[in-house]
Write a protein that binds this ligand. Structure first.
Ligand code: UDP
Length: 417
């Protein structure tokens, strides 16, 4: 079976081979789905049909199950039962397996026979915080058996492992009991910049990744410091998965390391100064040099390393207060940096205190950051693990599994409560 639409502009409803392929797969799936569907009907699900638009404005009556209210309905919904009758639509030719999104009455119709899934489906269900507009709905894609199977398997995986996401999550969401400010990078920068320039009082900012969530599960004082922070951002792919399992969609991966250069620009434009506290002396010195080189407009009010004794604490706080810094970055590892900021930020007089973990190690050049493709894949942690296996194997290999386990357990409880 070759590509069906030879040119991107040529609409196609699939050739005979595509139709046979869809029919064979749908009938195969129905062997499992029919008995399960009968059980769903016995448990109170109802077969309904909704109007949709097919190619050239053809009116389609698409089938679905309506779920009974309550726990049974939630469990069936979690198993994607609402969509099971869609296989019948594939069999009778209302839908193809892969195609554009079915249209709604009153909208322009799709250019070819709509699909059960397609690129639009992933935008709706996996990544985007809001429902897709134009391009993904219609993106045409040649039908090829292998890539079709891959897409179906991926959709099944996303739907069965992660369930459905809300169309759009609010500005505040909860992941494993931690409050998260669900902002994108630009809004984050603007809010932090505004507060550093004109805000009243001292506000803490923490970044939560999967490791931090693990620490918070066992360390009440760290959790308390996070809850008390003004802004809590979700950092990394683990949190994206955790949020998705909590039925939410994260607006962005807001981590300190990506935020830092942009924050430097924002702060220098607003005439704010920073203080860098943490890491070994030569490392924090390296960050000072980075800022002087890349952001010459930003005033560094002061810096010092993060290895001091309890007796020296008063002197450290006084030093920051004397510097008059607007923004304090603390890199002393989780949970020490968050606890330290929670206790001392007001006395330093800085308006913003950010707990930034390994950030100084990256910008000083002590540790190279993972290549972009790994970061894009959500696999930066694998690179970190290879850099310092002795220190980090427990955090990542055991920690990631326990984070996932807790996320799945929370999801299951939410479904069956
Ligand atoms: N660090 C510090 N003081 C300490 C312990 C650690 O300044 O008492 C520094 C350490 O040198 C490193 C940074 O904290 O630059 C972050 O450490 P880690 O990578 O463990 O941070 P995490 O990933 O846990 O946030």
């Amino acid at each position: 079976m070759g590509p069906v639409s030879s040119t991107p502009d040529e609409p196609s409803n699939g050739g005979l081979l595509v139709r046979l392929f869809d029919l064979a797969l749908a009938l195969l799936a129905l062997i499992v789905v029919i008995p399960a569907g009968l059980v769903a009907l016995l448990l109170g699900a109802r077969w309904r049909r909704t109007r949709a638009l097919g190619e050239r404005g053809r009116i389609l009556l698409l089938s679905c199950f309506w779920m009974p209210a309550g726990r049974t309905g939630r469990v069936l919904e979690r198993l994607a039962a609402t969509s099971w009758p869609r296989l019948y639509d594939v069999v009778i030719g209302n839908l193809q397996l892969i195609g554009p999104e079915p249209g709604l009455p009153g909208e322009p119709p799709p250019s070819e026979r709509p699909g059960l899934v397609g690129p639009w489906w992933f935008e709706r269900n996996a990544a985007a915080a809001s429902a897709p507009a134009g391009p993904e709905r219609e993106r045409r894609r040649p039908r090829r058996p292998l890539s079709d199977l891959k897409m179906i398997a991926a959709a099944l995986f996303v739907r069965l492992v992660f369930g459905t996401a809300r169309a759009a999550s609010g500005e505040t969401i909860h992941v494993q009991g931690l409050r998260i400010d669900n902002l994108d990078m630009d809004t984050t920068l603007q809010r932090l910049g505004e507060h550093a320039e004109k805000g009243d009082g001292s506000r803490n900012v923490v970044f939560i990744n999967a490791h931090c969530a693990n620490v918070a599960a066992h360390d009440a004082s760290y959790r308390g410091a996070c809850d008390a922070a003004e802004w809590v951002f979700a950092d990394g792919s683990g949190m994206k998965i955790g949020a998705r399992l909590a039925g939410e969609v994260l607006a962005d991966n807001v981590n300190g390391t990506d935020l830092f250069p942009e924050l430097c620009t924002e702060l220098s434009q607003r005439g704010c100064s920073i203080y860098l506290l943490g890491a070994r002396p030569e490392v924090v010195q390296g960050v000072v040099e980075y800022v002087e080189r890349e952001h010459p407009g930003l005033v560094i009010a002061g810096h010092r390393d993060g290895y001091f004794t309890d007796e020296e604490e008063g002197q450290v706080v006084a030093g920051i207060a004397e510097s008059g810094a607007d923004v304090l970055l603390v890199a002393m590892g989780v949970p020490r940096q968050e606890l330290w900021l929670h206790e001392h930020l007001p006395a330093t007089g800085a308006k913003l205190g950010l707990a930034v973990g390994g950030l100084f190690d990256f910008y000083s050049g002590r540790l190279p950051r993972a290549p972009l493709f790994l970061r894009d894949l959500g696999l930066e942690w694998t690179y970190r693990l290879l850099q310092e296996p002795g220190r980090l194997w427990r955090r990542y290999l055991i920690g990631n599994v326990s984070f996932l386990w807790r996320s799945l357990r929370t999801d299951w409880r939410r479904t069956t409560r």
